[in-house]
Design a protein around this ligand. Structure first.
Ligand code: ARG
Length: 465
């Protein structure tokens, strides 16, 4: 196209864009990701134009077929828009006119790129969210499979990253199943607000043509329609909500990543990483690095950044469409791609990349004071006021630490000299297995509770699929 010849703009333009401004203005480099949705949306629009008598059925047929032809070209890798096309919507229209001639110019009747891009983005995100929810289900299954193998494997439980009370490893993993459940539900909720049609809102005010918005909404599988045309073309709440839901998914993945990184360290030694999911160092031959969880932790910040970008992009926009909104795409696409890639990598890591070391875990729980609460509970169950028991056990911990002993090393005489309520069953009461088994309150780490939680998680997976 010669630089003096404006391409798509009306006759009021006399010269073409400055080449650098053309580059600056274009979104074709990234909104090509919307191509299939643009074609589908345009086909629905063309059908509606015929149904309402705005164009003839034969014209609609030509448009729909031409659009389908472009889809095939794209799938064969033959559809190559150029910068001159500016964005995906113009790219399709230009190609359509090339393919079907003059009638191609009728496609844009009663439509604007503003309602068009809003439609495309929602169709794209709807597909992505559905796929993401499936991936969250896979993630939950991986966690559950590991949990089932480790109901009776114990792991130190921490608060403030200080040893607190021992746990069933399954209970620990099931905490992440619950987080993923809320993530899954949250995405389902966002989906309701994604699946609303802005098509037919026009540039901002609706259209003079007798269009049928309900028909296009139905053809495209939308559940509802925007009721206000200004809102329809300028709303990006749905994208922000999605970015927020995606950020929370990554908060959860990043927390587990941090734990796996710690567990894989020499200091913890709770897991080993398999070669398929770990990397080496270029200089230190002994090293095996947890790159997968580190990258997930690192990529999380990037997605938080996208949420922030979208929020800030919106906050000062007067009604209705403003070109700022073109800036929604890169953060949105990158959020989708990042969260999906992280989920996939973590699922693989959990399925085949990580091996728990029960011997190291049981050695860890046997060698600390994380059964101290249980001594206090033992006395309290025998009628000693809890605070009094707590103080007494504090004393015992202090003297044991000084003597280089653990609570399990105390003899019955020593226990009795501390309080007459101690009996021979104290040893059993403070063994790690008992300590965990005894926490049988609803939602607690007791094995019975954990087994029930696993069963419940399975039912939930089966019924909500
Ligand atoms: N490429 C544009 C975007 O992504 C399409 C809508 C353009 N609308 C307009 N009035 N300039 O937002």
């Amino acid at each position: 196209m010669s630089p003096s010849q404006p391409k798509t703009w009306s006759q009021r333009f006399e010269s073409a864009l400055h080449p650098a401004i053309a580059v600056f203005n274009a979104s074709i480099g990234f909104d090509i990701a919307l191509l299939e949705y643009d074609l589908t949306g345009s086909q629905a629009h063309a059908r509606m134009l015929a149904k309402t008598g705005i164009i003839s059925p034969e014209e609609a047929e030509t448009l729909v077929n031409g659009l389908e032809h472009i889809r095939q070209e794209h799938r064969r890798g033959e559809f190559q828009p150029t910068l001159d096309d500016e964005d995906v919507h113009f790219a399709v229209e230009h190609r359509l006119v090339e393919l079907v001639g003059e009638v191609g110019k009728k496609l844009h009747t009663a439509r604007s790129r503003n309602d068009q891009v809003g439609t495309d983005t929602r169709l794209y995100l709807r597909d992505q969210v559905i796929a993401l929810r499936d991936e969250l289900r896979q993630w939950q299954r991986s966690l559950l499979t590991q949990a089932e193998q480790h109901v009776e494997t114990l792991i130190p439980g921490y608060t403030h990253l200080q040893r607190a009370q021992p746990l069933s490893l399954a209970h620990h993993l099931l905490a992440y199943v619950e987080m993923a459940q809320r993530d899954w539900e949250r995405l389902g909720d966002v989906l309701k607000r994604i699946n609303i049609s802005p098509l037919g809102c026009g540039a901002l005010a609706g259209t003079t043509f007798p269009i049928d918005r309900h028909y296009t909404a139905e053809l495209l599988g939308f559940d509802d329609l925007y009721r206000n045309s200004l809102d329809g073309v300028s709303d990006r709440d749905f994208a922000i909500e999605f970015a927020c839901a995606a950020s929370l998914i990554l908060v959860h993945l990043s927390r587990l990543s941090e734990e796996i990184i710690l567990w894989a360290s020499e200091e913890f030694g709770f897991v080993t990483l398999n070669d398929s999911c770990a990397t080496g160092s270029s200089i230190m031959p002994q090293k095996k690095n947890p790159d997968v969880p580190e990258l997930v932790r690192g990529k999380t910040g990037r997605v938080f950044g996208h949420l922030q970008s979208l929020l800030v992009m919106m906050k000062g926009l007067p009604m209705a469409y403003n070109k700022d909104l073109q800036e929604d795409k890169e953060p949105l696409f990158d959020t989708v791609n990042t969260v999906r890639a992280c989920l996939e990598a973590m699922t693989i890591l959990l399925n085949e990349g990580i091996v728990f070391r029960p011997e190291r875990l049981s050695a860890a729980v046997a060698a600390d004071f994380s059964n101290a609460t249980d001594v206090a509970d033992y006395l309290a169950a025998k009628g000693v006021p809890f605070r009094e028991a707590y103080n007494l056990v504090g004393q015992v911990v202090k003297t044991s630490l000084a003597a280089g002993k653990l609570l399990k090393d105390l003899t019955l005489e020593e226990w009795r000299s501390l309080h007459p309520a101690f009996d021979a069953d104290i040893d059993d009461a403070i063994s790690p297995q008992r300590v965990v088994a005894a926490r049988n309150s609803f939602g607690g780490t007791g094995f019975e509770q954990v087994r029930a939680a696993i069963a419940h998680a399975h039912t939930r997976l089966a019924t909500l699929d």
